[in-house]
Design a protein around this ligand. Structure first.
Ligand SMILES: CC(C)(COP(=O)(O)OP(=O)(O)OC[C@H]1O[C@@H](n2cnc3c(N)ncnc32)[C@H](O)[C@@H]1OP(=O)(O)O)[C@@H](O)C(=O)NCCC(=O)NCCS
Length: 163
């Protein structure tokens, strides 16, 4: 797939159904993850990118959404941002789309004055590829809270600093 044909933009409310269908098809996401993504999407779609606390971007090929990311400023901080979600369609993974999306989030965070981007993920084995993804994108494994999600399932916190 030639990466040059992939475009990244801010989705419109009309993209919601497709975006959520794509998220539901990602095997690592559980029902509760989808519910949360849906909540953030609803806030974003109703308030719009300017006013919403949560910001979504999507990557598309010929108009079809291949992946999405959701980020926003961490409340009560100056310049710290959270990467709330990033997901690439189950059949489109490991083709560089996630890297393009996270790069675009970083660009947007920097242009909004962000200095720190935080990506939280799970420590369980199924998320090993996800952790490798963050490391390969230049993130630092900054912290781990043992047994955070449940016994035996840690919270792993990756960070990237821009200043
Ligand atoms: C994590 C995710 C967003 C990465 O997007 P992607 O398009 O699959 O990843 P890319 O193809 O851009 O890979 C970028 C790097 O990550 C590494 N990577 C990605 N998927 C990998 C996998 N399954 N196994 C090993 N390494 C992997 C690659 O080595 C690549 O490094 P390189 O550029 O140095 O070769 C995507 O795989 C995904 O949606 N996973 C399921 C949901 C998830 O875990 N979301 C994050 C938590 S919210």
């Amino acid at each position: 797939m030639p990466a040059t044909n992939i475009e990244i933009d801010i989705p419109t409310p009309a993209d919601g159904e497709h975006l959520l269908r794509l998220a539901r098809g990602i095997s690592l996401f559980e029902a509760s993850d989808i519910e949360t993504i849906q909540e953030l999407w609803t806030e974003f779609a109703s308030k719009g990118d300017e006013s919403s606390w949560y910001h979504f971007i999507v990557s598309r090929l010929d108009g079809v959404i291949l992946g999405f990311a959701c980020y926003g400023q961490r409340p009560l901080t100056e310049g710290a941002y959270d990467l709330y979600w990033i997901g690439v369609g189950q059949n489109q993974q490991s083709r560089g789309i996630g890297k393009m999306l996270i790069g675009e989030v970083e660009k947007r965070v920097c242009s909004q004055g962000g200095r720190l981007l935080i990506a939280e993920t799970a420590g369980k084995e199924a998320f090993e590829p996800t952790r490798r993804f963050y490391l390969s994108a230049g993130y630092l494994l900054e912290a781990r809270i043992r047994d955070f999600y449940k016994l035996g399932d840690d919270l792993v916190i990756f960070t990237k600093r821009f200043s």
